[in-house]
Design a protein around this ligand. Structure first.
Ligand SMILES: Cc1cc2nc3c(=O)[nH]c(=O)nc-3n(C[C@H](O)[C@H](O)[C@H](O)COP(=O)(O)O)c2cc1C
Length: 157
């Protein structure tokens, strides 16, 4: 079984830490039963050469916004723009299976808004959110979401 791929960006390390934990958890699950897929994380940064994606992938994006009131307009995306540009590059958005958002609930209505905006912008489902580095429960839940969404897309073919 092909590993489930996840592209992410991380400015302060929380999202990277979450993806590392997710990858480690998937490894454990795979050891217990090879039918459980592995997870392969790929970090996108300002140094990344854009590539045409050829296999399905998930996205995790943290939220860095300036201004706005949580309604979705009037905000300026900071720092994470490269990931959005990468998804928008050529036909890459077509292979995106879904988006996970990370953020901080102190931001109230703007919690995870970048992931929600990407979901609308690229017409891909917003699958789930987690705060900061996420908990073990978040890791288990999001792994299950990825497995379910991959299976859904496979059976729809
Ligand atoms: C300048 C700044 C702006 C932020 N704006 C938001 C926001 O609008 N909504 C939100 O949910 N989290 C916001 N956050 C919280 C980050 O999304 C959160 O800390 C996330 O875990 C950072 O991920 P990273 O460490 O992988 O970069 C903001 C953080 C900073 C430093």
């Amino acid at each position: 079984m092909e590993p489930m791929r996840i592209l992410y960006i991380s400015i302060e390390g929380n999202t990277r830490n979450f993806v590392d934990n997710l990858t480690a958890y998937a490894h454990q699950q795979h050891e217990q039963d090879p039918a459980n897929p592995l997870v392969e994380g790929t970090e996108i940064s300002d140094q990344t050469d854009f590539a045409v994606e050829t296999k399905p992938y998930f996205v995790t994006v943290p939220t860095y916004l300036d201004g706005g009131d949580g309604i979705g307009s009037g905000v300026t995306e900071l720092l994470t723009n490269t990931l959005g540009e990468y998804i928008g590059y050529k036909n890459n958005a077509r292979l995106c299976l879904g988006i996970f958002g990370s953020g901080n609930k102190n931001f109230n209505a703007q919690y995870c808004l970048t992931a929600k905006r990407y979901s609308r912008m690229f017409h891909v489902p917003f699958l789930a959110d987690f705060e900061l580095r996420g908990t073990d429960r978040d890791v288990h839940r999001i792994y299950a979401d990825m497995v379910a969404r991959s299976a859904e897309v496979l059976t729809a073919k």
